[in-house]
Ligand binder design. Structure first.
Ligand code: NI
Length: 185
C-alpha cells in the first residue's frame, strides 16, 4: 500500500495524452492498488493514472455513495448512512453512444484542489473498457457514474474539468486556487 503524490495545476504533466495499457501484469495491479489508496486518502471519487504521474490509460472510480437504506417511505431519518465502497477499475476506456441530452454536475478534481464548477456532459453513455486481466466489458451508465467516468477519461486526453469552462470562469477558479495556496503557505 502506498499513497502517491497527486499532481496539481499548473503541472504540465496533466496535459499529457496517456497511452494504452498493453501489459496486464503485476506492475499494473500494484499501480491500481496504490491509485485506490491515494484516492481514498485524498479523499476523492475518481483518479486517473496521470494524476499520479503515470501517463497510461488507467482510471479508478468509487462513488462511495451512502448505503441503500430500508426506511419506510416518508419515515424521518436523522442518522448517518454508512458509505459503501464499490471500487471500479477502467483500463483503456472508450465512450460509445453519448446521449444527446446533457446533465449538469458541480465537479471538482484532486488536481484542482477545493475548486468546484458546473460542467455539462452527455447524461448517459455506453462505456467499454478492460479489467486487470485484459477482459473487455461494456455497460450503460447514467447519473454521477456517467459524469465521473467522462471527467476521468478527459484526464487521459490531458483535459481538466476547468477546460470546459469559459476562459473568464477558468481564470477565476485558478486565481482562487492561487489565493488559497498563498494563505495555506
Ligand atoms: Ni479530475
Amino acid at each position: 500500500m502506498a499513497i502517491l503524490p497527486i499532481l496539481e495545476v499548473p503541472d504540465p504533466r496533466l496535459k499529457i495524452i496517456s497511452t494504452p495499457v498493453t501489459e496486464f501484469d503485476e506492475g499494473l495491479k500494484k499501480l491500481v492498488e496504490d491509485m485506490f489508496d491515494t484516492m481514498y486518502d485524498a479523499p476523492g471519487i475518481g483518479l486517473a493514472a496521470i494524476q499520479v504521474g503515470v501517463p497510461k490509460r488507467i482510471l479508478v472510480i468509487d462513488l462511495q455513495e451512502p448505503a441503500e437504506h430500508a426506511h419506510e417511505h416518508g419515515e424521518h431519518c436523522n442518522h448517518d448512512h454508512e458509505v459503501v465502497r464499490k471500487p471500479r477499475i477502467f483500463i483503456n476506456p472508450e465512450i460509445l453512444d453519448p446521449s444527446e441530452d446533457y446533465s449538469v454536475y458541480t465537479e471538482g478534481c484532486l488536481s484542482v484542489p477545493d475548486q468546484y464548477a458546473e460542467v455539462e456532459r452527455p447524461a448517459t453513455i455506453r462505456a467499454r473498457w478492460q479489467d486487470l486481466d485484459g477482459n473487455v466489458h461494456e455497460e450503460e451508465m447514467e447519473g454521477l457514474m456517467a459524469t465521473c467516468l467522462q471527467h476521468e477519461m478527459d484526464h487521459l486526453e490531458g483535459i481538466l474539468f476547468i477546460d470546459h469552462l469559459s476562459r473568464l470562469k477558468r481564470q477565476m477558479v485558478l486565481k482562487k486556487l492561487e489565493k488559497q495556496r498563498k494563505t495555506a503557505a
